[in-house]
Structure formats: C-alpha cells, structure tokens
Design a protein around this ligand. Sequence first.
Ligand code: ADP
Length: 453
Amino acid sequence: MIQKILIANRGEIALRIIRACREMGIKTLSVYSEADIQSLHVQLADEAICIGGPKSADSYLRADRIISAAEIADVDAIHPGYGFLSENAKFAEQCESCNIKFIGPKSKSIRMMGDKAVARDTVRKAGVITVPGSDGPIDNETEAVKTARKLGYPVIIKAVAGGGGRGLRIAHNDVSFAKEFHVARNEAEKAFGNGSVYIEKYIEKPRHIEFQILADSHGKVLHLGERDCSVQRRHQKLIEESPSPFLNADLRKKMGKAAVKAAEAAEYQNAGTIEFLVDAKGDYFFIEMNTRIQVEHPVTEEVTGIDLIKQQINVANGEKLGFDQGDIKFEKHAIECRINAEDPARNFTPSPGTISLYYAPGGHGVRVDSHAYSGYVIPPFYDSMIGKLICFGSTRKVALQRSYRALSEYLVRGIKTTIPLHKAIMSDPVFIEGKATTAYMEDFMSRTPTDLF
Ligand code: ADP
C-alpha cells in the first residue's frame, strides 16, 4: 500500500495532490527548484527537497534527481501531475525499475499514445474514427505535398511528439504547404527533439470535446463524461466545461463508447483523456490521447462527484474501481476558467512579478484551485497559470451566472491576469448560447475592445 508519495510537480497541481494525500492519510514529499522556495507546495507538504536551479531543465525535468530524492526519502510512489515528466515513458520506466510506483499508466501505454502517429494508427485499428490524414509520419516533401493535395486543403501539419498546442502549422495551398512543412519540422526538432511530422485534414470550426477515462489494473475501463474545451487561444485551452452544450444523449453515448475503445486499445490503466474534434454535422474524430491527469480535471470531478486524484492513487495501489459505467451520474454543470498571469490587452504577454493582494472568491458552487497568495512572487520560468476557477450548479445557466459572480469577486493585484477577459466571455452572447467552436477566441478578440480587459 502506498504510504508516501513524491510529487514531481509544482503550482496548483502539486497542491491538489497534497490535498488528496492528506485526506487519504498518505505522507507527501515535494520537490522544488531554487525559484520555488516560497511556494505553497513546499510549505504544505510533509517534507520537501530542493532538486536544482530555477530552469525546468535543471530541476522539474531532472528525472535522476527526482528518483534520488524518492530513494533518500523512501517514498512508495511518484505522482507526476501534468506537464514536466508526466508523459515521459522513460521516466515511468525508471520508476518501475526502481520499484517506485508511477501514478499513471504503464510506460508501454505512454509510449504508444505519446507518438501521435502511432496513437492514430492504434485507435483506428480498434475501429475508432480518426481525422483523415497521412498513414503515419511523412518525412519527404514531395510525398507530403501529394498527401496534402489528396486530402484537400486546408491541412494541418502536426509533430508526432507534439503537445501543448506547439508544433501545429496550417497550410492552405501548395506554396504555403512547402513553407509550413519545413517550419513545422524545424520547430518540432527544437521543441521535442523529434522532427517527425504527419498531416491531417484541417477541420473548419470544430469543437474540441474530450472524454475522461478511468481504468484499473483489472481490465475495467470507464468514461466519466466529456469536457468541451473549444475556447482556445493558439490551440491552448482557456475555458472548459461539462457537459458540452453541443452534444445530445445519442452522440454522447457513441463518443463515450469510442473513447473507451481507444483506451482499451492502448491497454490503458489509470486516468487519461481521449480528445476528439467534432464538426458542425456532429461527426467526431479522434485526435490524441493524454496519458495523465489534465488541468481541467476538476470540471469532471464537480459534475460526477468523483475525486480523480484519489482514484489515480487507488488504481496505482492495484485496487479495483468500485463502480461501473451505469453508476456514474452526471448531475451538475461545471465551467472552469484558467487564470493566467498574462495581459490579454497586450497580446497575452506574460505578467510575472509580485501579487500585492490576493483574494479568491468562494460561496456556494465555487471551487478555486490555486497556489497564489498575497505577497507571492510569480517566477518567470514556468507556465503562466496561477489558478483555476471552477463554478458549478444544477444547470449551465447557474454555472454561467456563478462564474461571472465569482470572477467579479476575484482580486489579484500587482500583476495582469485573464480574469477581466473571462468576465467579458461569460457575458458574451455567443458563449452564453453555447455556440463556441475552436474559432471562437479569434472572433471574440477581433470584435471586443481591449480596454474591456
Ligand atoms: P496538442 O497535443 O499540441 O495539444 P492536439 O492534436 O491536441 O495538439 O490539437 C490541439 C488543438 O489544435 C485542437 O484542440 C484543435 O483546436 C486544433 N487542431 C488539431 N488538429 C486539428 C485538425 N485536424 N483540424 C482543426 N483543428 C485542429
């Protein structure tokens, strides 16, 4: 049984894991960089070990130092959170070989789904529809142009090792394709150390709808419903909600079944997410699987009442999931706004620095997952998310009104944040009517005066 967990992460997700562990009577060890000494995850864990310099490459990405810390502190398991080493198959393997439980899927599943071309192939063979595209990676330009023409423009060029919205390039004709193909390959090589790319048909104005998966080590694979993450900027999510205002019961059932099939094909264990794009006609296409807990997991937790982090730990302990698909009830509507230290009026420039005053909203149906506090200095080295506001209620209307109310109470002084932007979106008729596609943000920004934020 797991008695002590090392949390190989920082920020709000590290706190989220500490909270679950406390409630389960499990001891926690935080690791931190020199830039995070004042962080709450260091202060709230039972123990903390500094693992290196401020840059991620010198600390949170140093598998060797994290494993050494785990051995020194005698932990039973490592929770990787999201980002950093969470989808690194080699790290999961190292944990496995050191007899430390990796709280996530087996390294084999991470490897299979981590290469997006292999993932497409795997789920397609299991009968799940993928976006029309190339059969595997394409490295030769002539062959790539031929494939693009056959698919019909526009197409999207994607890095097989891609993630976080990086390494995606759209091409509208042969000329732009030739240019974007090389840019994409170079970018992918730099960002992921792997220049391999594949091509997909670019779906116009789709919705991004993903299914939360939970699977145990005894072969049970369940889904916990969907999250609509169509509100994105530069392919990065800003707002997520569940249920999706677009899906009807029939489509939800079909997509849920397809998601379970995809996870089964990956021999999946633990929590993961199957991502789909859905076009205006309601046709859905698998795009990728994320083999870790996601930023937006609280939306599902509030709708279903299931604590995903505790479930992850139970599954890693070898326990059976204590419920079946039919037992999962979707009784609420939840909306999450990502609060980033960025200036939306200035092209979302990062706004690190000292938070002079911090006051988080509360009250009925409001959850804030954040590591921020008054006096906290946001280091410039990591991603800009400083918190998540999750508002929920019996209907979408209540969740929307509650989000607007909570955003109005949320005070973060001394830095710029996305709070005023979220307020503007919560009062925008297109979003209120549930009509947002992945093209929504570009349109919203073009018709909204920036002095509103
Ligand atoms: P990443 O792993 O970098 O997050 P994804 O494959 O998940 O990349 O895609 C991220 C986002 O890019 C999607 O949510 C969607 O907005 C857009 N996108 C990806 N593939 C397509 C496609 N074939 N057509 C249209 N948009 C796409």
